[in-house]
Design a binder for this molecule. Structure first.
Ligand SMILES: Cc1cc2nc3c(=O)[nH]c(=O)nc-3n(C[C@H](O)[C@H](O)[C@H](O)COP(=O)(O)OP(=O)(O)OC[C@H]3O[C@@H](n4cnc5c(N)ncnc54)[C@H](O)[C@@H]3O)c2cc1C
Length: 277
C-alpha cells in the first residue's frame, strides 16, 4: 500500500486529503473500515460534492481498475458482466454494448460531458443514482460485491436496500437481453453540465414490461405502473399517465411539472417498445 499526504494546500489553504492506495480489493475493504473512509474511483462525483458542501474527508481509499474483474466487459452464460471501474467513455466504445444494449451506446453521449465520461466509472454512476441506475434497475442486474464478510452476488435493488459502508462493488451482470426491446430517455436542465432531472428506462423482455426511473425523486422501480401496463394488451395505452403520476407522487417525486414530463416520456417509451422501434 502507498499513500500520498501533504499538509496544507498552498492554494486552498485546506488540509490535504490522505489518499490510500491499497494493493488489493481485500486491503481496500479493510482500509475503508479502519479509517471509516469512502472509496474513490474516478472522483468526478466526490470532488464537486465535497466542494459544494465545503466538507472534505480526511481519508479516501483509491480503487484500482487493474484488479481482476474490476474493469472491462465479459459475455458469459449468465449474461454480460461489466467491471465497476470501467469508465463511461470506455463502455460507450465497447462492441458488446451494441450487441446487448443497442440504445445505450448513443445514450452514453448524453451522460455528462467528455471529461466526466473519461474519468467517471459505471460503478460510480450506479452508486450515485445516475442515468445508468434506472436502466440497471429495469434490467434487474445482479451486483458482485466484496466486504469484510466475503463476496456475494445479489440483485441491484436488494443491494441498495442492504448496502454496508464497506461494500466494494466489483461489477454487475446484465441478463442476456439480446432481442429485448429497450428504450431510454432523460430530461435535464438547459444548462450544460447540470445534473439530470429524470431518466426513464423501459424494457420489454418479450413477456413483460419493466420500468424504472432515477433522478430528483430518487431511484425507483415503477412496480404499480408495470402491473397496470402488463395487465393490458395495449402497451401504448394513454391511461398509464394517471397511474405513473400517482406512483411517482407516492414515492416522493413532488414536482408536478416533472411528473407531467415523465408521464409523456413513459407513453413515448412504451410506444417504442411496443412497436420495436
Ligand atoms: C459536471 C457533471 C455532470 C454530470 N452529468 C451526468 C449526467 O448527465 N448523467 C449521469 O448519469 N451522471 C452525470 N454525472 C455523474 C457522473 O456520471 C458520476 O460523477 C460518475 O459516474 C461517478 O463515477 P466516479 O468513478 O467518478 O465516482 P466517484 O466520484 O469516485 O465516487 C462516487 C461514489 O461512489 C462510490 N464508489 C465509486 N466506485 C465504487 C465501487 N466500485 N465500489 C463501492 N463504492 C464506489 C464512492 O465511494 C462515492 O460515494 C455528472 C457529474 C458531473 C461532475
Amino acid at each position: 500500500m502507498s499513500d500520498s499526504l501533504s499538509n496544507l494546500n498552498p492554494v486552498t489553504a485546506r488540509r490535504a486529503i490522505r489518499v490510500l492506495r491499497p494493493d488489493s480489493p481485500d486491503q481496500a475493504v479493510s482500509l475503508a473500515r479502519q479509517f471509516s473512509a469512502s472509496y474513490t474511483a474516478g472522483g468526478t462525483w466526490l470532488q464537486p460534492t465535497h466542494e459544494r458542501d465545503q466538507c472534505w474527508p480526511e481519508t479516501l481509499v483509491a480503487l484500482n481498475s487493474s484488479w481482476p474483474g474490476f474493469r472491462g466487459l465479459d459475455a458469459g452464460p449468465n449474461g454480460l458482466t461489466v467491471g465497476a471501474l470501467t469508465s463511461l467513455a470506455e463502455l460507450a466504445r465497447q462492441a458488446l454494448i451494441r450487441d446487448y444494449l443497442p440504445p445505450l451506446a448513443m445514450f452514453l453521449n448524453r451522460v455528462a460531458g467528455p471529461g466526466v465520461r473519461t474519468l467517471g466509472t459505471v460503478g460510480g454512476n450506479l452508486i450515485v443514482g445516475g442515468d445508468l441506475s434506472a436502466l440497471a434497475m429495469a434490467l434487474d442486474v445482479r451486483v458482485d460485491v466484496i466486504n469484510h464478510t466475503g463476496e456475494r452476488a445479489l440483485p441491484f435493488s436488494r443491494w441498495l436496500r442492504e448496502r454496508a459502508s464497506d461494500d466494494l462493488l466489483r461489477g454487475f451482470t446484465i441478463p442476456d437481453c439480446r432481442g429485448w426491446r429497450i428504450s431510454l430517455e432523460k430530461l435535464g436542465y438547459r444548462e450544460r453540465f447540470s445534473p439530470t432531472r429524470a431518466t426513464l428506462a423501459c424494457v420489454h423482455d418479450g413477456d413483460r414490461v419493466r420500468l424504472a426511473v432515477s433522478g430528483e425523486g430518487g431511484l425507483l422501480r415503477l412496480v404499480a405502473t408495470e402491473t397496470f401496463v402488463n395487465d393490458r394488451a395495449d402497451l401504448a395505452s394513454g391511461d398509464v399517465g394517471a397511474v405513473i403520476d400517482r406512483e411517482l407522487a407516492a414515492h416522493g417525486w413532488q414536482d408536478a411539472h416533472l411528473r407531467m414530463a415523465l408521464r409523456r416520456m413513459t407513453t413515448e417509451l412504451l410506444s417504442e417498445v411496443a412497436l420495436g422501434t
